[in-house]
Structure formats: C-alpha cells, structure tokens
Write a protein that binds this ligand. Structure first.
Ligand SMILES: [Zn+2]
Length: 119
C-alpha cells in the first residue's frame, strides 16, 4: 500500500504547525543556541519514536522475526545476520509489528524500496 501523502491544504497546515513549533522552541531557548539544538534534537527523536517505536522495541522485534524466518532473509531467502538486517514494513503507517514487518538484508530492503519507487 502506498503511503498517504498530504494534500495542499494539509501541507499548509503542517507548515503552520512547524512554524508554531519553531517559534515555541526559540522562545524556550532564548539566545542559547546549544539549548535550541537540544530542544530540536529531543522533539525530533520523540517524533521518530512515535512513528518507528523505540530502538529496544525494534531490536526485540528483529529477534522475533529472525526466529520466525529461521534466520533467512524474507526477500532473497539467504542466511541473514541480525546486526546487518532491517525490518521492512508492508504498510509504513501500520508501524513495526510482527504482522506488518519482514526481516531482510539492507541491500534487499533497498532493492524493495527502489522497486516501490521510494529511492
Ligand atoms: Zn536478502
């Protein structure tokens, strides 16, 4: 399933929200550029966690998928090492769940994304 994109009005709303957030971060940090950096990094990280889950959750899921796939890549069926593997979501908006992911080699993940037109 293709990822949902924002229409023109939704995109405008997203930019307004981003402007509002940037303004609030500037107020919070005053003239302290290092504090502004720290606030931006924190917000960035938390938004990523909302979409992707926390690293420990994904690590646990990789181990589960590795066991379920008997140590094989879901794309090419060759042996796979967990530390060089990636979780490929069938539908990005459905997140990193057991049902919505497959464990694949990084190169196989890139090939899949290229085939979907994401790269
Ligand atoms: Zn592979």
């Amino acid at each position: 399933m293709a990822n949902r994109n924002l229409n023109a009005e939704e995109l405008k709303q997203a930019h307004l929200l981003l402007d509002e957030i940037c303004g609030k971060l500037e107020i919070l940090s005053g003239d302290d550029l290092h504090l502004l950096f720290a606030y931006r990094r924190k917000i960035y990280k938390e938004l990523i966690y909302l979409e992707r889950g926390k690293p420990m959750q994904r690590r646990k899921l990789k181990i589960q998928k590795y066991d379920l796939q008997h140590g094989k890549c879901a794309h090419c069926s060759d042996d796979i090492a967990i530390q060089y593997s990636e979780l490929d979501r069938k539908n990005a908006a459905d997140g990193y769940t057991l049902e919505n992911t497959e464990l694949v080699h990084a190169k196989c993940h890139q090939a899949r994304q290229a085939a979907k037109g994401y790269t």
